[in-house]
Design a protein around this ligand. Structure first.
Ligand SMILES: C[S@@+](CC[C@H](N)C(=O)[O-])C[C@H]1O[C@@H](n2cnc3c(N)ncnc32)[C@H](O)[C@@H]1O
Length: 220
């Protein structure tokens, strides 16, 4: 899918996000995404996730849809040595890859990776979270929000990727038709509206890459 922003702007943001950060493991994870067409969030969003998590002093993060650990890498940096990133994915192969990368990156001991349906795994893990991050199949977004909204501490964040869905949420005509992507657009819109309408949360949709929804829990 073409980026929403002009490619030069995307490249500029990605370049900025990489300043001061040299990690061969991160480079390899990004190379894998390019080779296999795997949809990681990329460096500009990754940095943004780390910033959001650090800004609230996050120590416990729940990731719904972790793939091979790229977004978890950024959260793992944010939570620090004593923190915890709970990863979920339906594909055991992704879990194995994540272990390889994140072990080499020195953060695997902060990660608890669950293989299976993300929302089932979420329900099986007790407690509150500083951040719940959602990046599962888009038809699951409304249920992900329903599961997350009661389990985020006051002062914590719900963060959700692909909330602009390449402009489909706003009716932007697409160069290439994709009935499958069109079919889940109402789910993304419904979830985003539900977040916006929840008075306990203050939300903002950041138009970075494919749209990152960030919602801060301000009331119990
Ligand atoms: C967009 S990718 C995640 C990318 C990851 N957040 C990153 O940026 O590195 C979505 C992942 O979620 C997994 N997934 C999608 N729906 C799921 C579900 N309902 N339960 C578990 N895993 C799911 C897919 O297997 C895939 O690896």
């Amino acid at each position: 899918m073409p980026p929403l922003l002009p490619p030069q702007v995307d490249d500029y943001l990605t370049g900025l996000a990489g300043i001061g950060l040299q990690d061969v493991v991160l480079d390899e994870m990004e190379a894998r995404a390019r080779e296999h067409g795997f949809p990681i969030v990329g460096r500009a969003v990754g940095r943004h996730l780390e910033l959001q998590a650090r800004a609230i002093g996050a120590r416990r993060v729940m990731e719904l849809g972790s793939g091979y650990g790229y977004s978890a890498y950024w959260f793992a940096r944010a939570v620090g040595e004593d923190g915890e990133v709970i990863c979920t994915d339906g594909d055991a192969g992704n879990a194995a890859l994540a272990e390889g990368y994140l072990r080499r990156a020195g953060v695997w001991d902060r990660v608890d990776y669950h293989v299976g349906d993300a929302l089932t795994s979420f329900a099986e893990v007790d407690g509150e979270f500083d951040v719940v991050y959602c990046d599962i199949d888009k038809d699951g977004y409304p249920d992900a929000w329903a599961a997350a909204r009661e389990r985020i501490r006051v002062g914590g964040l719900f963060v959700c990727d692909n909330t602009l869905w390449h402009g489909r949420v706003a009716g932007v005509p697409q160069e290439r038709s994709s009935p499958a992507r069109d079919a889940v657009t109402p789910d993304i819109v419904a979830m985003t509206r539900a977040v916006a309408e929840d008075q306990r949360y203050l939300s903002s949709l950041v138009p970075l890459r494919d749209g990152v929804l960030v919602a801060l829990r301000v009331e119990a």
